[in-house]
Design a protein. Structure first.
Length: 436
């Protein structure tokens, strides 16, 4: 018995060491990879408008990027389910870098088709960064799961805040190379994605998901060891039927992300209509991104301390305040747009950290990557639809109408919080640290 206890303690120590290394590597990858995701936010809608010549199509670039993220979320999850997190994340970053290069070429030749193709591939980097937050939970202890996830989300702050502020210098670099200034952010962003791929490829060892499976199999013994079987959709459907809290968590993810994307993608256009410069637009987007990521460790701590459903409900309240401020903002630069976009990011953080943690801790191990991939697929598909409708609403009724209309999505988040609270109070099983 003493020998068995000693073996168990040694195994736990090894897992804790592997978890610390995993989080450290993911933090580094997120810090550099985030530049690739966010640097083009301030200029994507403007580039699409200039190439197409129509303001109604300004949101298409972001919409296609979100669609690409939706498809890549599921496809990369399939890769991770079979080969582990390292190969899946590296694939996503490399595809995103290729998409950024295509966006630069699209601006140079004036091709909307090429721009949208590049945006689709850029979504792979978004999917990879989303997958990284789940990778941080594979080996995490129950009481630290939300904080582990939130730490990786927080790491995005480094590149994400710097990214939009590089829009001006990146534009000047692009002009010096003979391509449109609005393509400069994509050029610089591709370098960040390539660096993130290199970090993950070289340093994410051992692979956290594969190690979690090995540990669970060893703990269960030959009679209890299992491997993923059946079809991917079948495993996901079974998990959703058995654990209703997963449905609520996915709804919370989708509502939070869709509300954020719908308003965020049209903010640069709203500000430009009032004469705001590209630099000021970049600052506003940086403030928004700061709200998204900088406070995520606090959000994770609250989710571990108060419970995930309460933090999800808090996110709904913050998102509501953000939309009201955005609706009251005049065109151009204003205190309302700064405050609204900051709260929009903070509300997204609360909703995403709480919902993602629910998904991570309630998804069974043999279907973990598949459930997480479907969660992000639904999240990004909903956001893509919201982004596409955003351009139409703004062109027909204006930016304030878009902000007020997005309150419907906040209602979805609030409903998800109530459903998750009821499911967890009803005694929904919380999986163990690696053997869910």
């Amino acid at each position: 018995m003493i020998a068995q206890d000693g073996t168990a303690r040694a195994a736990a120590t090894d897992l804790d060491a592997a978890q610390r290394r995993t989080v450290l590597v993911l933090v580094l990858a997120q810090a550099v990879g985030a530049v690739g995701i966010t640097i083009g936010i301030a200029t994507a809608s403007l580039l699409a408008r200039d190439i197409s010549g129509r303001e109604g199509l300004a949101g298409l670039t972001q919409t296609f990027q979100v669609l690409g993220a939706a498809a890549a979320s599921y496809l990369l999850a399939r890769v991770m389910a079979r080969s582990g997190r390292r190969i899946g994340l590296t694939t996503g970053y490399l595809l995103g870098a290729l998409g950024a290069v295509l966006a630069v070429l699209a601006g140079a030749v004036g091709s909307m088709t090429l721009l949208l193709l590049g945006a689709l591939l850029l979504g792979s980097t978004t999917a990879a960064n989303s997958g990284a937050r789940y990778a941080a939970t594979d080996l995490a202890r129950d009481e630290l799961r939300a904080r582990s996830l939130a730490t990786v989300v927080w790491a995005t702050t480094v590149g994400a805040v710097a990214g939009p502020n590089l829009s001006g210098p990146a534009g000047r670099l692009a002009r010096s190379l003979g391509v449109p200034a609005l393509t400069g952010p994509f050029l610089v962003g591709s370098l960040g994605m390539l660096l993130a791929a290199l970090v993950v490829t070289l340093l994410l060892r051992p692979d956290p998901l594969l190690l979690a499976r090995d540990h669970a199999a060893a703990a269960a013994g030959p009679a209890g060891a299992t491997t993923p079987g059946g079809t991917s959709w079948g495993r996901v459907g079974e998990a959703l039927r058995e654990r209703p809290v997963l449905v609520a968590a996915i709804a919370g993810l989708a509502g939070s992300h869709a509300a954020m994307v719908a308003v965020m993608v049209m903010t640069p256009l709203h500000m430009e209509h009032g004469g705001a410069s590209l630099e000021i637009i970049g600052v506003v987007i940086s403030v928004h991104v700061l709200g998204m990521f900088a406070f995520s460790p606090l959000v994770g701590w609250l989710a571990d301390r108060w419970g995930r459903p309460r933090v999800l409900a808090l996110g709904a309240g913050v998102l509501l305040a953000a939309l009201l401020l955005a609706a009251l903002s005049p065109a151009g630069s204003s205190p309302q747009i700064f405050g609204g976009l900051f709260l929009l990011g903070l509300g997204w953080s609360c909703g995403t950290v709480a919902s993602s943690t629910l998904v991570a801790e309630h998804a069974p191990l043999d279907a973990r990557a598949d459930v997480q991939g479907v969660a992000d697929l639904v999240m990004n598909t909903s956001a893509a639809a919201a982004g596409a409708l955003a351009g139409v609403v703004v062109s027909l009724a204006g930016y304030p109408a878009l902000a007020l209309g997005s309150v419907v999505l906040v209602a979805v988040v609030a409903g998800a919080a109530v459903a998750a609270h009821r499911a967890t109070r009803a005694g929904a099983e919380v999986p163990g640290r690696v053997a869910a």
